[in-house]
Design a protein around this ligand. Structure first.
Ligand code: PRP
Length: 179
């Protein structure tokens, strides 16, 4: 599909400030506690790496891989676990880390699943939030930035598997429209 990078939407220094603020809030909220941080692959990998290096309390890291869209159709409502986490979260303070909340279906499903494992607490931290696209009541506890409904890439976010490595969040234009 013909596409091009239209412009930088969130420059890297702004992202860094937002991540620093989130890390400060989390460090304050979890003072004296240990956190299990669960990155949802693949999109969260850069955000998670930046975030954990700024957090001042002990962190145990784990990952999950899920697939929420099939055959190019968006938000089918089906969330398939490709890789589950390894750490036992019973009685642990858990934070799910996402790059972006869109429909909220992925997070709703993950929260329901992880709650069955009896964590001491379960919160969600997302770098970016598109509240205009929400199809559930999910609210992330920690949100870096609320953004309008633009197709964004970079800082972990992809188009067709590419552009995750861009240091800035950019807007992608797709020929024939972005939907
Ligand atoms: C993206 C993102 C979230 C999910 C959010 O993942 O990383 O996991 O979609 O969408 P939702 O709120 O509508 O459920 P994607 O399935 O694109 O996989 P990726 O992280 O590997 O890019």
């Amino acid at each position: 599909m013909a596409h091009y990078i239209k412009n930088v939407f969130i420059p890297r220094d702004e992202i860094d400030k937002v991540v620093t603020q989130l890390a400060e809030r989390i460090s304050e909220d979890y003072k004296g506690k240990e956190i299990v941080m669960v990155g949802v692959l693949k999109g969260s990998f850069i955000f998670l790496a930046d975030l954990v290096r700024k957090i001042q309390v002990p962190v145990v890291l784990d990952f999950m891989s899920v697939s929420s869209y099939y055959g190019g159709t968006k938000s089918s409502g089906i969330v398939k676990i490709i890789k589950d986490m390894d750490v036992d979260i019973e009685d642990k303070h858990v934070i799910i880390v996402e790059d972006i909340v869109d429909s909220g279906l992925t997070l709703q499903h993950l929260k329901e699943l992880l709650l069955t494992r009896n964590p001491a607490s379960l919160r969600v931290c997302a770098a970016f939030d598109k509240p205009g696209r929400r199809k559930t009541n999910i609210v992330a506890d920690y949100i870096g930035m609320k953004i309008p409904d633009e197709f964004i890439i970079g800082y972990g976010l992809d188009f067709d598997g590419k552009y995750r490595n861009l240091p800035d969040v950019c807007i992608l234009a797709i020929e024939g429209g972005n939907e």
